[in-house]
Design a protein around this ligand. Sequence first.
Ligand code: ZN
Length: 606
Amino acid sequence: MPIQYSILPVNPQAHLFAVSCIVQDPDPEGQLFKMPAWIPGSYMIRDFAKNIVQLSARSAGKKVQVKKIDKQTWKCAGCKGPLTLTYEVYAWDMSVRSAHLDVTHGYFNGTSVFLQVVGKEDRACVLDISPPNGEGYDEWRVSTAMPYLDSTQNGFGTYQSNDYDDLIDHPVEMGVFEKATFMVKGTPHDIVITGKHRTDMDRLCKDLKKICNHHARFFGQLPPMKRYVFLVMAVGDGYGGLEHRASCSLLCSRDDLPAKGVSEVTEKYRTFLGLCSHEYFHTWNVKRIKPAAFTPYDLGQEVHTRTLWAFEGITSYYDDLSLIRTGLIEPESYLELLAQMITRVIRGKGRFKQTVTDSSFDTWTKFYKQDENAPNSIVSYYTKGAMIALALDLTIRTGSKGKKSLDDVMLVLWRQLGKKGVGVGEYEIEKIANEISGIDLDQFFEQALNSTDDVDLEALLKKFGVEYHVRPAENDKDKGGLLKGSTKNGEVRRPRPVLGVRTASDPAGIKLAHVFDDGAGQLAGLSAGDIVMAMDNIRLQGKGFANCLSRYQAGECVGLHVFRRDELMTFKVILQEAPKDTCELRLIKTPAKAVLARRNDWLHIK
Ligand code: ZN
């Protein structure tokens, strides 16, 4: 007897979904219902139960008593059944992690709207999705990768899933959206874009198809699924993605999408393709090749694993690498992305305090709850994880004389574990990498995963015909990579002295978002949250530091007028030299034949 769910956007103006859940044979002792505290892929307690309003239960035409027993669990009084639970969910979070509803569209993740029937999680589920009542919704359609049971009207109708875990892993979009379809290994893939945008859908399909085909070839097959769906929400300014077993939800800026009549891959479009590539790679790496700690997920509380560096880091390595391997971007463009990733890592001193495995373990309270001190105290298991993945790949390639690579390790992880639904143990990746590569990687892993030493990429990259160099940042917008535009007449670019802070715009002045350890600002007593009003008695409003600092030298002292809360304070800051925290990577023009062969093999250049 399947669990029957239904969802109706009952009041889009008030952002309310009405949900019902019918259990034919409730626990006679009293059926428990539980709401997830978090959504897989986003490791933070979000307490989705807080959005439930007006919950009640009925059986045989009579009201059944319901008692809340903790922040996310309800207990119904014992009854024979069938038991019908009804409730409303407030949906007003424009993110890929939750639910959002208004008169223009509805979007939800199952974790935000469907209560789990405790003890019956393995039961098949059916889901009825209805359109809003009233005028103005005639053109609404539904898109989801959840398989439908009956033929549906514009996608509204009945869907089915194997169990609760399956039910909540298929986000649903409803509204008026643009949709295009392409095929990958015989499976339809939809790209669905909601929000105001003007996109070259043909080009997008063509490019995404290349990426999807590449990943499917990489793992030898597409996992079984009826269809795959990219659910995209285009907004003015936004970025985010969340992976699911047969779909992903993406939030992007409408400018990231390719415009008609443009054929180049702009920086923004490259970012969007990288995001799509990342989430699609997760279809294997984390949705199926997944930590043993996540099989099954305990959605009631934090679940700890030290391996997120592999699931997010390796995915972050392959997302951009596949763009060059498919020929969507040029080698120089790929090296720019790589240099920017390395720059993000080496700009944070927290990397000397936290290992990537500790960062994985503590993601719930640190990476996902970053505060003003984050750059000083934590390391990202995404970016440093990607650096480790790169170093591991290059180490295996050189150590095995080009016979093996990280690609082979991933393939074995898929075939031996992911494909069979077996979780990956805490140290299993290291073990498999050792076996597959035929080289002793113990020391590599000890240093990369259990120490805070920097990964030495300079020597490794040189063997692949890539020159590694670090330099000071040229300005606040310098994200890393080769500097664009040449200097006039051999003029030397002079790095500006720095205050050792990162700023955020604030109507009152310049707000200090982060104050870096041992930087000029911290040594002088500045704190995050301070609002700087004037430098050497000249008002700063609307100008920023960069312009003023260009007239100073490192070692000079500047006076700052600062508001901390409502108190005016003055500070004397000794300016420091800009640190060499910006990476640039360059293709070596005429490498030795063996080096060139290694590089071409790595980047799939024919
Ligand atoms: Zn990811």
